[in-house]
Design a protein around this ligand. Structure first.
Ligand code: NAG
Ligand code: NAG
Ligand code: NAG
Ligand code: NAG
Ligand code: NAG
Length: 349
């Protein structure tokens, strides 16, 4: 069934630096997925999303930020305490340096304000998965029923738990990825593979680029295997990706995924599920099919050239505050400049 027919759009505007305490209840996984996709459905929504991001946000790549959030939400997983629930806590750790830039994204800032049938962990994982599907990646069932971690869990032994590209050597980053129980295939698929979307921003990663936005690959608005093809041509932006391509354990996987997108997608599904389920009791999760359309003008809008032009336009044009217009067929979308203005679909059942 197509959801657009029973989605109603509602524009809520909060006050300065607060979402207010409006409670939103999307009653189904599919309904919540559609609210996420609605945010991405604006032109260039899989790459530059100046409509939903505040102009002062260092990153304008909402899709890439959500995917990054899904990864960072399990960053405190400790293989020595595999039963310790770690996810759903990202909204409490947005001030840590490793999470720079994420806080401003809808998925994480919004999570604490949504009364959802499911957990914050499900909420954040679903945002990441919706991005992958909507932006051209593999379509796969969503597993749900995750527990949220307890806020007071002492993670003190795991300060700086995630790899930090700015300060760590490649070997150190690999060690940290191993602590997340990632195999070589998981690392290549999840780290380099996720860099199929988005790019580096001078404001967040001055060690990587002096450009406002430097795409990771030549199709930063499309989730595809071009990032591996570019890597084989010697193009890499992050220290971790440049290390992976030189690592004899990893290079054969880069070559495989560069030549075989199906192999990449198959591994990505397996690795993504493993990632978002770290610390969870997988036998207690349920599975639901998602009906998510691919972004309408993916190919035209996803090339590096188009994305850079859109990024420039987003950087140049300071728009008037809070004009909400244009609903699209798949849910909410709007020219929403002020980040306090959220476009939310209520699901009417
Ligand atoms: C939150 O709700 C309470 C009562 O429901 C209200 O008094 C308060 O002003 C609200 N706060 C914001 C920031 O909207
Ligand atoms: C979600 O919550 C609503 C309202 O409480 C309930 O009617 C619905 O059955 C719940 N859905 C699931 C999948 O639990
Ligand atoms: C983040 O904020 C929490 C709570 O406000 C605080 O306890 C913690 O020290 C902060 N962490 C950093 C790295 O600033
Ligand atoms: C660690 O990874 C292996 C291989 O993917 C998997 O079989 C195992 O269940 C994982 N362990 C945990 C605790 O996630
Ligand atoms: C996907 O979810 C549907 C229920 O929505 C279920 O019937 C189907 O078996 C699931 N597929 C997989 C591969 O888990």
């Amino acid at each position: 069934m197509h959801l657009a027919s029973f989605l109603t759009l509602s524009v809520l505007s909060g006050l300065a630096l607060s979402h207010g305490n409006v409670t939103i209840i999307p009653r189904t996984i599919q309904g919540l997925a559609m609210t996420f996709v609605g945010h991405l459905d604006v032109p260039y929504g899989c790459s530059v999303n100046s409509d939903d991001m505040p102009p002062e946000s260092p990153s304008q790549n909402l899709a890439a930020l959500w995917l990054r959030a899904a990864f960072h939400d399990v960053g405190k997983f400790d293989a020595e305490k595999p039963e310790q629930v770690v996810s759903g806590l990202l909204p409490n750790y947005l001030n840590e340096t490793e999470n720079a830039g994420i806080g401003i994204s809808v998925a994480t800032s919004f999570a604490s304000y949504v009364k959802f049938n499911y957990s914050r962990a499900d909420f954040i994982a679903l945002a990441g998965q919706a991005v992958v599907i909507h932006c051209g990646g593999p379509n796969f069932n969503f597993s749900y029923g995750r527990q949220d971690g307890i806020r007071t869990t002492p993670f003190t032994s795991l300060a700086q738990s995630l790899p930090d590209d700015a300060i760590h050597t490649y070997d150190m980053m690999k060690t940290k990825l191993r602590r997340l129980n990632f195999t070589n295939a998981d690392i290549v698929a999840l780290v380099t593979g996720s860099h199929s979307l988005g790019g580096a921003h001078k404001a967040i990663s001055p060690h990587l680029t002096d450009q406002k936005f430097q795409p990771f690959d030549s199709t930063p608005g499309i989730f595809d295997n071009v990032v591996f093809q570019d890597a084989l041509k010697g193009k890499c932006v992050t220290r971790v990706d440049c290390g992976i391509i030189k690592d004899p354990e990893m290079k054969p996987l880069i070559e495989l995924y560069a030549s075989n997108q199906d192999a990449f997608f198959k591994q990505y599904v397996e690795s993504f599920e493993k990632m978002v389920n770290l610390g969870q009791k997988t036998s207690e999760l349920s599975s639901v099919a998602l009906d998510i359309e691919v972004h309408e003008k993916l190919a035209e809008e996803g090339s590096a050239q188009a994305v850079l032009a859109a990024a420039d336009a987003a950087a140049g044009g300071s728009k008037p505050v809070a004009t909400a217009v244009a609903s699209s067929k798949s849910g909410a979308s709007g020219n929403v400049v002020c980040w306090m203005v959220l476009v939310i679909s209520f699901l009417l059942l």
